[in-house]
Design a binder for this molecule. Structure first.
Ligand code: DGP
Length: 114
């Protein structure tokens, strides 16, 4: 996916502030943070949306959530709490079509989202 910005970040063709990487996922700071801690956890494999998750790649979701938990501890937001968000499609507010999980914390968050 040569035009995908997150593929370019995963492949280090575009710079980003990477906070974690393993064989399956990369995590980096969001360019436009919506909270004191705003990190994106992204599977290395190009999966456009949640709708494209299959039996073959569903393990990437649990990896992303486990990584989010460890990053939350490292960033010191585990005790007060945090939010993980995945926007799916136009009405969900998705703007980058490479599956990602927003890890947000460091402030109180209201509900419901706007
Ligand atoms: P979403 O709207 O859920 O698709 O979120 C996309 C997020 O990606 C948004 O919060 C901004 C972030 N983003 C977009 N382009 C870049 C980039 O080039 N670098 C970084 N670090 N974040 C980006």
């Amino acid at each position: 996916m040569s035009e995908c910005i997150f593929c370019k970040i995963v492949n280090k063709e575009v710079p980003s502030n990477i906070v974690y990487e393993d064989d399956l996922v990369v995590a980096f700071r969001d360019i436009n943070p919506q909270a004191p801690v705003h990190i994106l956890i992204v599977p290395k494999e190009h999966i456009p949306t949640l709708l494209d998750v299959t039996e073959e790649n569903k393990h990437l979701i649990s990896r992303a959530y486990m990584v989010a938990k460890e990053i939350a501890k490292k960033e010191g937001i585990d005790e007060k709490g945090y939010r993980i968000v995945t926007n799916c499609g136009k009405d969900g507010g998705q703007t980058v079509y490479h599956l990602h999980f927003h890890l947000l914390g460091g402030r109180f968050m209201t509900w419901p989202p706007g």
